[in-house]
Design a protein around this ligand. Structure first.
Ligand code: CMX
Length: 451
């Protein structure tokens, strides 16, 4: 169905109005805080930009605001101040489960508060209510070659659903700025509700002859239902999906997927346009696609040595990769300077549930070998593993061997973070983003003048 503006009020009632009102209550408070801060300290400097930074991917330049999470180079991610171990302990779980429900992290990212089990369940119900993919989105996907990359399908699927954007419709009708947060919330909730079905549709279309599995008839949670629709009903896989979708949700604002979503949103593009753009960034091999690259590289490693390699064979293979000018996927990070806590969380899951797994053994051996080699190689500032080094071996263990699909799962999760931030961007009235670029000629002139 198309959500036109006439049906908005009816639709709103199904979009977890409790969460919406908790969010709406926070917005004026935060607006006032930022207004006062800018009034009192608007000229306070938080960054000086060097030429190396301008040419070097803006590393470390503090020039944007993101409320939902922050990354410390040594400690890793905190979601609204909470570490991953804290989230695993504090967020509500599925009945009988041990891992946090991603619906909980979404509540937290939006409001800054750890939700109750009831609040999390209300989000599950809202998302499940809106999970059905529009027919035209399925048709758009079905016109693509069967072997179109799953991330291309994911991005196109999201764009196809833009037809339904409440924000785009209401903007055309002349809504005021004060209405933006509410309408963005509604759009984001509907979009998030649909993502598991979109991901599962792509998975089943690409790898299971287009035999689709209807969503669970029960009120199964978002992650559990994704596992079900992918055709992996294993209870432990459902737990893995809950953990996976929780830990990949957000990584502050400067990473490519978050920054892209934020930038595109600053032009008042609706959430569908923004998320699709962000997902195109996630699909790059230096960002989210690294999870597929890790598994591809491990498969190559095993093929080369006919199974689990010895330590010496592994060392040889790593050097070959480096000497041919390629990166070791899953290692290094633009901000982190220690093992990624998202890696550690997945390792803990593996230790609990798949100790004898061959690929886990390889991932573990790599952890032992790669950092020393990267240090000897002398280029990477961070020789430690990131989130993508571990996820593939867990997915393969449960039968999801089609590694080109892995980044889609990352994308379903990342949508929660970037859409929460998008809502806050407009709530804080962040304007069109338009940094100043300069030419090398201008730079040379400035340097000459100074010297
Ligand atoms: N293997 C080999 N070389 C590496 C490396 C790795 N894993 N990580 C960094 N380097 C190299 C860089 O390519 C760069 O080389 P050049 O000077 O020749 O250009 C040099 O070391 C310095 O890079 P850096 O400052 O340490 O890292 P960046 O901030 O430029 O890049 C990242 C960060 C993640 C792109 C990089 O570490 C990398 O390519 N890693 C492998 C891909 C990967 O796992 N990406 C996923 C990141 C997490 C995510 O977003 O999902």
């Amino acid at each position: 169905m198309r959500y036109d503006t006439d049906s908005t009020q009816v639709v709103e009632k199904t979009l977890n109005p409790g969460l919406k009102s908790r969010l709406m209550a926070k917005i004026p408070v935060m607006q006032a805080e930022v207004r006062d801060l800018l009034k009192a300290h608007g000229d306070f400097k938080i960054s000086d930009v060097t030429l190396s930074q301008a040419y070097g991917g803006m590393r470390g330049v503090k020039c944007m605001v993101t409320e939902t999470s922050a990354v410390d180079p040594m400690e890793g991610i905190r979601f609204r101040g909470y570490t991953i171990p804290e989230l695993r302990e504090k967020l509500p779980k599925a009945p009988g489960g041990e891992e946090p429900l991603p619906e909980g992290v979404f509540n937290l990212l939006l409001t800054g508060e750890i939700p109750s089990a009831e609040e999390v369940f209300a989000t599950t119900l809202a998302w499940r209510k809106h999970e059905t993919l529009p027919e035209h989105a399925k048709e758009a996907l079905d016109r693509l070659p069967i072997d179109a990359h799953p991330m291309t399908q994911f991005s196109i699927g999201i764009l196809a659903m833009q037809y339904d954007s409440l924000f785009a419709n209401k903007y055309r009708e002349g809504m005021t700025k004060t209405e933006y947060p509410e309408v963005l919330y509604d759009d984001s909730m509907i979009l998030l509700g649909r993502l598991p079905q979109l991901a599962a549709y792509i998975y089943r279309r690409s790898y299971h002859n287009g035999v689709h599995i209807p969503p669970a008839e029960t009120n199964m949670d978002w992650g559990g239902n994704l596992a079900h629709m992918m055709g992996v009903p294993n209870e432990k896989f459902k737990e893995l999906m809950r953990l996976y979708l929780t830990i990949h949700a957000d990584h502050e604002g400067g990473n490519v997927s978050a920054h892209t979503t934020h930038l595109v949103g600053s032009a008042l593009s609706d959430p569908y346009l923004c998320l699709s753009a962000g997902m195109n960034g996630l699909a790059g091999p230096l960002h989210g696609l690294a999870n597929q690259e890790v598994l591809r590289w491990i498969v190559d490693l095993k093929n080369r040595f006919d199974g689990v390699p010895t330590r010496d064979q592994m060392v040889e293979f790593i050097w070959e990769t480096l000497n041919s000018g390629q990166v070791i996927p899953g290692y290094g990070h633009a901000v982190l300077r220690k093992t990624d806590p998202r890696y550690t969380a997945q390792r803990e899951f593996a230790l609990k549930h798949l100790e004898d797994d061959e690929n886990f053994r390889i991932v573990h051996m790599l952890y032992d070998v790669v950092p020393g080699i990267l240090q000897e190689h002398g280029k990477a500032k961070n020789p430690w593993p990131n989130v993508d080094a571990h996820s593939g071996c867990l997915l393969v263990h449960y039968g999801v061997t089609e590694y080109d699909f892995y980044t889609v799962l990352f994308g379903v999760s990342r949508a929660m973070g970037v859409l929460s931030s998008l809502i806050w961007d407009r709530s804080l009235r962040l304007p069109l983003e338009r940094p100043k670029s300069v030419t090398t000629g201008w730079v040379k002139q400035q340097v000459n003048i100074k010297e």
